[in-house]
Design a protein. Structure first.
Length: 79
């Protein structure tokens, strides 16, 4: 069975398979470099898929984006 092939899994089944690829936080220095390069402004919206603990979202706000949205399937990591 290919763990990356969509088979109509429930969220629980997906989460079990996703444990094959654990969450790895983005280092702060990398997040800063991303936003230094992007030069976001108040009219920009930052969307982070797989946001984990939201650290990149907080950096986005510090760099002045108008809105930052974090999306993650692991409820435990965002609480």
């Amino acid at each position: 069975e290919n763990p990356f092939e969509y088979s109509g899994d429930t969220i629980d089944e997906y989460t079990e398979k996703a444990s094959l690829s654990p969450w790895t936080p983005v280092p702060d220095s990398v997040a800063r470099k991303i936003f230094d390069s992007a030069m976001p402004g108040p009219e920009d919206v930052h969307v982070e898929l797989g946001s984990g603990d939201g650290r990149v979202n907080f950096h986005a706000m510090e760099y002045g984006v108008g809105e930052s949205i974090g999306i993650d399937v692991d409820e435990g990591i965002i609480q």
